[in-house]
Design a protein around this ligand. Sequence first.
Ligand code: GRF
Length: 213
Amino acid sequence: MAFRLAVLASGTGSNLQVLIDRLHGRVAGIEVAVVISNVPGALALERAERADIPTAVFPLEDYPDREARDLAMAEAIDLARADLVVLAGYMQLLTPGFLRRFPYRVINLHPALLPSFPGDDAIKEAVDYGVKVSGVTVHFVDEGVDTGPVIRQEALPVHDGDDVVSLATKIHALEHQVLPRVIELFAKERVVPPAPGFRRVKVDDHEPSDIDW
Ligand code: GRF
């Protein structure tokens, strides 16, 4: 059975590339069904085109407001019959109407250990704060900024000599491991969303991964 992804990306799409290289057509029936961006010409779109994956672009300027833009985007996701919506460097907030259409089916990758350092500048804020440990979070998306229930976190040490560039390099390398694994677990139905009123996500990570690194 196929497990279809809609990947939303605004930027370079290095995480998308890992999903294409390691999961697409290779693991647990996973297919990247569509790549969507709000930024025309984003490198992420080129990466999808190179892999013959359909793309769609929804720049905010083309719509009366964010609700209308997100509605059009939600329709494209439905048309692609996506099981899971993956935000991989998608830099705009999604409207409540969009999120209501995909309950517990939208996940985001964040370059810090939430709830520390939410928002767009997490890596720099972590370095400036002087934390000794940072890491990566994958979480369900809710209406807040990086506030949804945590699915998986992995930590790494921040060394005295680290700066924003060196920490970003290490965090991206960790992201490239964590995000594919989480998606594999979704495809294998090993992720159980929280019960109503709770935040705790159950993740059964006992079986070895089928990802060929
Ligand atoms: C990642 O660091 C992710 O945590 C953040 O956006 C970045 C996207 O990187 N949300 P890339 O476009 O996949 O290279």
